[in-house]
Design a binder for this molecule. Structure first.
Ligand SMILES: Nc1ncnc2c1ncn2[C@@H]1O[C@H](COP(=O)(O)OP(=O)(O)OP(=O)(O)O)[C@@H](O)[C@H]1O
Length: 264
């Protein structure tokens, strides 16, 4: 679905990304992890076409990303930024309708006769029905992030890119958001690439993890291959234990304090 070949990106003298080779198959759920400043958002920027690589190539569905026009690209790929939507006066319904841009003609008229049904389905699924006419400025962070997800769902993309989508959410809304994305992925065979800071959440939801460190690809593999104490220490400089989740067996990290007593 996505192929990144030998991609590199610099800002002035800073090599934000170098020699990245990565293949994402349709329907996979990838987490992109790594320390602050390791190049995660830059990589998402290259895949979304917001930025172009200085070297190398990015392909989407077998075609160079650079050959897509804006509407074509929007039908294939949607992006949800870190703080999905700013607190503005647009209503939830208006924001979700903005996601229909790739399916509207030059007068802004919807070409798909089922769009109204789709909008209603999205609002029901995201429990936004009662908030449809409320301005974003009056919503909580969790509600705003659901509205942002509604906008990308209305776009009906094949690939969705999420940049730290749960950063400002409490644990209930983190789980709710990830469940909504995972449910959508299962139903539609969606390809998901999400930058994640919470490694335990990444382990619960991602099939595979890509690890960036100082702009280079440090490792890629399943959560069980990646979330091991040695890897975490070499990339994040933090000591940890990895334990199997009692429900699913996926690894969960317990962080080790550098000071104070350890239990016997
Ligand atoms: N537009 C830009 N101009 C100059 N430098 C940039 C620009 N965008 C990113 N950088 C630099 O590139 C490096 C990688 O940044 P990037 O935002 O991709 O990292 P990140 O892994 O997403 O970080 P974080 O986890 O803190 O969000 C950083 O050193 C950053 O300062």
């Amino acid at each position: 679905m996505i192929e990144v070949k030998n991609a590199a990106k610099s800002y002035g003298r800073l090599n934000a990304l170098r020699d990245i080779d990565w293949k994402v198959q349709p329907g996979e759920f990838w987490g992109v992890i790594g320390p602050n400043g390791s190049g995660k958002s830059t990589l998402l920027g290259l895949i979304s076409g917001i930025e172009s690589p200085d070297r190398g190539e990015i392909k989407l569905a077998g075609r160079p990303l650079s050959s897509y026009n804006r509407k074509e690209l929007s039908r294939k790929l949607a992006v949800l930024q870190q703080d999905g939507l700013p607190p503005v006066s647009f209503t939830v319904r208006e924001v979700i309708e903005m996601g229909r841009f790739p399916f509207q003609d030059w007068r802004g008229r919807e070409k798909d006769g089922h769009a109204e049904r789709l909008m209603q389905d999205i609002m029901d699924r995201l429990e936004l029905g009662g908030l449809a006419e409320r301005p974003l400025s009056s919503l909580s962070g969790g509600q705003r992030q659901r509205a942002a997800l509604g906008k990308v769902m209305a776009q009906q993309p094949e690939v969705v890119l999420l940049d730290e989508p749960t950063t400002y959410l409490d644990i209930r809304y983190q789980m709710q958001f990830m469940e909504l994305v995972a449910g959508w992925q299962h139903e539609e065979g969606l390809t998901v690439i999400s930058v994640m800071h919470d490694l335990n959440l990444a382990s619960l939801y991602c099939d595979s993890l890509l690890v960036l460190n100082e702009g280079s690809l440090a490792a890629q593999g399943t959560p069980s291959e990646i979330l091991v104490p040695g890897m975490i220490e070499s990339v994040f400089e933090v000591k940890s234990h990895s334990v199997a989740h009692p429900d699913t067996g996926v690894p969960q990290l317990l962080l080790q304090k550098a000071t104070g007593k350890q239990a016997d």
